[in-house]
Write a protein that binds this ligand. Structure first.
Ligand SMILES: Cc1cc2nc3c(=O)[nH]c(=O)nc-3n(C[C@H](O)[C@H](O)[C@H](O)COP(=O)(O)O)c2cc1C
Length: 369
């Protein structure tokens, strides 16, 4: 019988006390017409807070850069109307006993041109390169790059003012921050390009600017080796490179690293420590000394990109992920689709009502509860 108790031990990130180790993974739902959170968004998050999720990370929500996204239903994290909506969300989450941070997002060159809230705005990227490495725009000046970093910090400042419990910077999946990390999209020759340390400098600049405005509020950054256009891509080919990469983030003052993987049980460097070796979050924790969040197919049998092709996923075992958590390989476990489908997932796991955990339904993206 699965021992779920390691999932329900408290944890602390900087000054933030979490009642358990379950994190709701950030999931874009495109349910905020014009970029403004609605009544149904409030209920969606509050239901998960009420059912024992330790920390909710919001869907990606946008910085003030006008070319930040390609879908006008993604919520903004700036301007009076959008922030008033977020105020109601965090108040409702707190009233339900939850903790929450917004995931601050800018799609960079992943954005489809001429789309989103401001179709005429240009897209931002480190070098004007598409994810395939094709040059379609001029490289932005250093002043423009610094404004891109400041835009995350402006959102972080507002998050603190609204009473959120932490912030997460979306530095994964080939979006803007990750495009600086990745050699294919970053060909700069100034302090933001070149070695892995220099490619991490945009994230470091962003973290420092956030810290200057949030004080003690925990700052999390989400990173991934894999890219939306290349699952086999690796920013860090070796543990040594990974150490240099995350070392820059740690030195900039980030409090935790959320390590995005598609399958939590997959070894990051199997040639180093074998097929059952440390996963991405395990390596990042070991090399950075920081708390890490792991993620990927927890409680399900197949990975998440199938969800966008209309695929379901059978409910799966939790044992090995919990054993790894218990061994201290990583500190927190993020759950995506299982919580998208069932707001009470964490509560049911805590109560060991395993027979009530449902398969992930191919139509779940169409529902919003
Ligand atoms: C519908 C959907 C939307 C997502 N949107 C985001 C997002 O906005 N930001 C992000 O970092 N990851 C996003 N992801 C990835 C999830 O955060 C998570 O890493 C992934 O679903 C794997 O977890 P799971 O296997 O438990 O679903 C999304 C995933 C899904 C299914």
């Amino acid at each position: 019988m699965t021992d779920v108790s390691p999932l329900f031990k408290p944890f602390r990130i900087r000054g933030l006390e979490l009642k358990n180790r379950i994190v709701m993974a950030p999931m874009t739902r495109s349910r905020s017409p014009g970029g403004f959170p609605t009544e149904e968004n409030i209920g969606y998050y509050a239901r998960r807070a009420a059912a024992d999720v330790g920390l909710i990370l919001s869907e990606g929500t946008l910085t003030r850069r006008k070319g930040a996204a390609d879908d006008a239903n993604i919520p903004l994290f700036w301007g009076e109307q959008a922030l008033a909506g977020w105020q109601r969300i965090i108040d409702a989450v707190h009233a339900a006993g939850g903790k929450m941070g917004p995931q601050i997002w800018h799609q960079g060159m992943s954005r489809k041109p001429n789309s989103g809230h401001f179709p005429d705005a240009p897209s931002d990227g480190p070098s004007g390169l598409t994810l395939k490495g094709k040059k379609i725009a001029e490289e932005p000046s250093e002043a423009e790059v610094l404004d891109m970093a400041q835009a995350y910090a402006d959102a972080a400042r507002d998050a603190k003012q609204l009473g959120f419990d932490c912030i997460e910077l979306h530095g994964a999946h080939a979006y803007l921050i990750d495009e600086f990390f990745w050699e294919r999209t970053n060909q700069r020759t100034d302090r933001f390009g070149g070695s892995i340390e220099r490619r991490a400098e945009f994230a470091a600049e962003t973290i420092r600017r956030c810290r200057a405005v949030v004080g003690d509020l925990p700052i999390i950054i989400r990173i991934s080796q894999w890219k939306s256009v290349d699952y086999a891509a690796k920013v860090a080919q070796t543990p040594e490179e990974l150490e240099r990469w995350v070392g820059v983030l740690a030195a900039a003052g980030v409090d935790a690293i959320h390590c995005s993987q598609r399958r939590i049980l997959e070894a990051e460097f199997p040639s180093v420590d074998g097929p059952k070796g440390l996963n991405f979050a395990g390596w990042v924790k070991k090399l950075s000394g920081l708390p890490t969040i792991s993620v990927g197919s927890v409680g399900l049998s197949s990975e998440f990109t199938g969800a966008f092709r209309g695929e379901g996923s059978a409910a799966g075992k939790l044992d090995e992920a919990i054993e790894r958590l218990d061994r201290g390989e990583f500190d927190l476990v993020a759950v995506g689709r299982a919580l998208l489908q069932d707001p009470e997932w964490a509560f049911k796991v805590q109560q060991r009502r395993f027979e009530e955990l449902r398969d992930y339904d191919a139509n779940a993206l169409q529902t919003y509860y």
